[in-house]
Ligand binder design. Structure first.
Ligand SMILES: [Zn+2]
Ligand SMILES: [Zn+2]
Length: 560
């Protein structure tokens, strides 16, 4: 059934490798004339079901299997869920990368850390620019989002225009004056028509409009006025340059010096200032080591750790372990952020820690100190009404977000048969008279622990069992010929029972193992595998019957 991959005729393909059915690891491929363009290469942060995992990547099998056909990678914006997977891909695949100067600047930190900067071509593209990249005719359309210089991308293909919204909101009063270019999208819709729209579904369940970023500026200003004389610590995403700008504005207006804490905050502030995207007067910035010389009311600390990440600057402050900032009575901590699903518990822990130290905490549940970077339903409808697409695929969201967005598109007049609810791994083909699912490619999770993605599902399952039930190891030496037990069995356990207090139980377990090995030997089963199997099942049965627990059982049988 599989059509020869390089031979698509005039057809255009989309291959979804991540971000459809989850928030994170956004990655899609567009294929024109047999060539592949990768649109974003993001990572996802692990949930509590993934012990020891640092991050989750898209499965790159499809790209590596088709490495000769890969033309380029285009980045829509600089968030980790869109660029964070890139260094891992670049380790295996050399590919030129396109994006706005800021996006490339943010991705560059990562690529540099991976030691791949020397071998990676980075091509900056600008608002409204239209570029020919191999057979791809790509137009970069400005959109507003929670990081500056985000793009929607329009691919002018043999099958018409494929418009990808990127992450966006319709902020009519953006902090930097750079709005989503709805006029250009309207012009494309009128001139060429939009054959297919792919659009951000993150907030597809939320009614109304997302508030303008400017609202946060006013609230921050009021808070700084209210807390005059007290030290203010504000945390937000380090890539949220507009937010940082507004925090800085409020600080400067109230006569405070600004110190950054957290590696990425310092780096990004420096990067955005050199690019002219962040205006903080030189005199207003102060090294965090110097804040001790200032009165509490003369300083504003901008910190990382808005998601409660355990080793982040704010989490260390909340635990009283920060090298730079000792939080105490009178301090005000503003969480200018919203917990990403899965991070609520960590954020809660940080807030508790801050209160315990005597600080006052202001978060988005208390005051409007955060607004989303993603379009809500009315904005999604606006984009649909301006783009007037022939076909629609919701992207960027969990399945329920995609479902709601798909329904919205149908309500807005896109033919039901041309609204595709695609998921990771789906291959969609556009032909002259059709749009359809045609294939599936591997798109499972690639788990990264440390710096390599070699943690398989089996390893994760083991970690879960170890974390929840513990392990019981039985070591026994047997005679290779007779199967007779020569030494042991010795039973070692972690997490099943506390061994020193359960000697009797452990003795019984040993007896159960001996009995099963004797039984095996009596019936002629003296080979290593049989003995191991007997030891495991006897011990497993014993443990379960006596304690109703299911630890991992590891039999070690040595033959002499
Ligand atoms: Zn984003
Ligand atoms: Zn995103």
């Amino acid at each position: 059934m599989r059509a020869a991959l390089a031979d698509l005729g005039g057809a255009v393909r989309l291959v979804f490798l991540g971000g459809l059915g989850e928030i994170g690891r956004n990655c899609a491929c567009i294929e024109v004339a047999g060539r592949i363009l990768i649109l974003d290469c993001g990572l996802m942060f692990p949930d509590t079901e993934m012990p020891g995992i640092d991050l989750v990547l898209p499965d790159f099998t499809y790209l590596l299997d088709n490495r000769d056909r890969v033309e380029a990678c285009v980045l829509t914006h600089g968030h980790e869920d869109h660029v964070g997977g890139l260094p891992f891909l670049l380790r295996h695949l050399r590919v030129p990368v396109y994006g706005s100067p800021l996006t490339l600047g943010l991705a560059r930190h990562r690529i540099e850390e991976a030691g791949l900067l020397g071998q990676t071509e980075l091509h900056p593209v600008h608002d409204g620019e239209r570029r020919q990249i191999g057979p791809f005719d790509v137009e970069f359309i400005p959109v507003t989002h929670s990081v500056p210089h985000g793009f929607a991308t329009a691919f002018h293909t043999p099958q018409g225009v494929i418009l990808h919204s990127g992450d966006f909101k319709l902020d009519l009063t953006p902090v930097d004056g750079r709005s989503t270019d709805l006029a250009r999208i309207g012009a494309i819709a009128t001139d060429e028509g939009v054959r297919l729209l792919l659009s951000d579904s993150t907030n597809a369940e939320e009614a109304g409009h997302t508030l303008s970023e400017r609202v946060v500026g006013r609230v921050l200003n009021d808070l700084f006025a209210a807390y005059q004389g007290r030290r203010v610590i504000v945390t937000c995403f380090a890539s949220h340059i507009h937010r940082i700008q507004q925090i800085a504005n409020a600080a400067v207006a109230h006569g405070r010096a600004i110190a950054t804490v957290g590696r990425s905050m310092g780096k990004n502030v420096a990067l955005a200032r050199t690019m002219g995207l962040l205006a903080i007067p030189d005199g207003a910035l102060v090294d965090v080591e110097k804040i001790g010389d200032l009165e509490p009311g003369e300083v504003c600390i901008i910190s990382t750790g808005s998601q409660g990440e355990p080793m982040s600057a704010l989490a260390l402050m909340a635990a009283g372990e920060s090298k730079w900032v000792t939080v105490g009575e009178g301090d005000i901590v503003i969480l200018s952020s919203h917990a990403i699903p899965g991070n609520e518990a960590n954020v809660g822990k940080v807030i508790d820690g801050l209160y315990r130290l005597g600080a006052e905490v202001v978060h988005s549940g208390v005051a409007e100190v955060h607004v989303s970077g993603h379009a809500k339903r009315e904005e999604l409808k606006t984009l649909l009404s301006i783009a007037r697409p022939d076909a629609f695929i919701p992207v960027h969201g969990e399945f329920r977000h995609l479902t709601h967005h798909a329904r919205l598109a149908t309500e807005m007049g896109v033919a039901r048969s041309r609204v595709l609810l695609a998921e990771d791994g789906d291959v969609v083909e556009l032909r002259d008279n059709s749009i359809d699912f045609v294939d599936e490619v591997p798109a499972g999770y690639l788990y990264v622990d440390g710096i390599v993605g070699d943690v398989g599902r089996g390893v994760l399952r083991d970690r879960r069992v170890l974390a929840e039930e513990g392990v019981v190891v039985v070591v026994v030496t047997v005679d290779a010929k007779s199967g007779e037990v020569l030494t042991g069995p010795e039973i070692i356990t972690r997490g099943w029972v506390f061994a020193p207090e359960a000697e009797a139980l452990i003795d019984e377990a040993r007896a159960a193992v001996v009995a099963s090995l004797e039984e095996a030997a009596d019936s002629g089963g003296t080979d290593y595998e049989t003995l191991k199997r007997h030891a495991r099942s006897a011990l497993g049965r014993f443990v379960n019957e006596r304690t109703r627990r299911r630890p991992m059982i590891v039999p070690v049988v040595m033959e002499v």
